[in-house]
Design a protein around this ligand. Structure first.
Ligand SMILES: NC(=O)c1ccc[n+]([C@@H]2O[C@H](COP(=O)([O-])OP(=O)(O)OC[C@H]3O[C@@H](n4cnc5c(N)ncnc54)[C@H](O)[C@@H]3O)[C@@H](O)[C@H]2O)c1
Length: 252
């Protein structure tokens, strides 16, 4: 597989290592200093581009890949209100695109357990209130995390009585759907609490609390390797295919 890496930051560098380990060639690396090179000429002969950049640049990068007829795997978070638009473009052009808010296998198992637990609580009741907490390193640009949003969406699809989510993110200026104080969270919203500290790669906890007990689903990523490996496996899966894919397709 001849790959392009778009975004040579923490994830891009880890992805380069995994590509080499798995016998693939990294033929093009794009970062801020050569962002203009992301064009048809430089993408010629590339089987798949792997994109991990920023919320402000992901849309344009993925669009360029699709317009140049190059399969693209992206994991950039914080911009996915426009994801459906690109998925439609991909279908129209007969291209190939893979997106996941989290490429870690364990997190994708957590997504399944989370949906099942929400449905069970929805059926059984028990007076539980649900909340989500995500903890990440201080350089993270978006809040809440894409993973926390996927968890909230999984609960919203399965637990009656909740109609949306809000973000309680003390000290984080750019948080989406922000509430200033936890007490401001309306009863029909799921509260996602975002915490930024140290070098934490990612901890997600879904908590159900009643008057009598607390039930938690918790996942902690120990390093970025698992995320980069998931993205490279997704790229291998995508090669030679047409269509729009996600982790559910890969895990089938
Ligand atoms: N889906 C997942 O599993 C997963 C896992 C980890 C991180 N992420 C997300 O991936 C993104 C990147 O994470 P990171 O930890 O590597 O961040 P990072 O800040 O270390 O790296 C981002 C890189 O993108 C570069 N960049 C900025 N604009 C660019 C452009 N126009 N073209 C090319 N490169 C550009 C930056 O210079 C930087 O090197 C973030 O949105 C993060 O939340 C997703």
């Amino acid at each position: 597989m001849k790959a392009a890496i778009i975004g040579y930051g923490k994830m891009g560098r880890e992805i380069e290592r995994i590509l080499a380990e798995r016998g693939h060639e990294t033929a093009l690396i794009i970062d801020l200093d050569n962002a203009r090179d992301l064009d048809a000429e430089h993408l010629k002969g590339i089987d798949v581009a792997i994109e991990f950049t920023t919320p402000a640049t992901a849309y344009g990068n993925i669009r360029t890949c699709l317009e140049c007829g190059v399969a693209v795997v992206s994991g950039t978070t914080g911009w996915t209100d426009r994801l459906a638009e690109l998925q439609e473009l991909c279908r129209q052009r007969g291209g190939a695109m893979f997106y996941a808010s989290n490429y870690c296998l364990g997190v994708n198992l957590l997504f399944r357990l989370n949906r099942q637990l929400a449905a069970l609580v929805g059926r059984l009741g028990g007076g539980y209130e649900v909340r989500i907490e995500e903890v990440h390193h201080t350089q993270k640009k978006d809040a809440p995390s894409g993973t926390a949003i996927t968890l909230a969406e999984g609960i919203l699809e399965n637990l009656p009585g909740k109609t949306g989510w809000v973000n309680f993110a003390p000290g984080i200026e750019h948080a989406a759907n922000r509430v200033e104080r936890s007490e401001e969270t309306p009863a029909d919203r799921i509260e996602i609490r975002s915490v930024r500290e140290g070098m934490v790669p990612g901890i997600h906890t879904v908590t159900y609390e009643s008057e009598d007990d607390i039930l938690e689903l918790r996942h902690e990523i120990k390093n970025r390797r698992t995320l980069a490996q998931g993205a490279v496996v997704a790229a291998e899966f995508l090669c030679g295919k047409q269509g729009v894919f996600g982790m559910e397709d890969l895990l089938k």
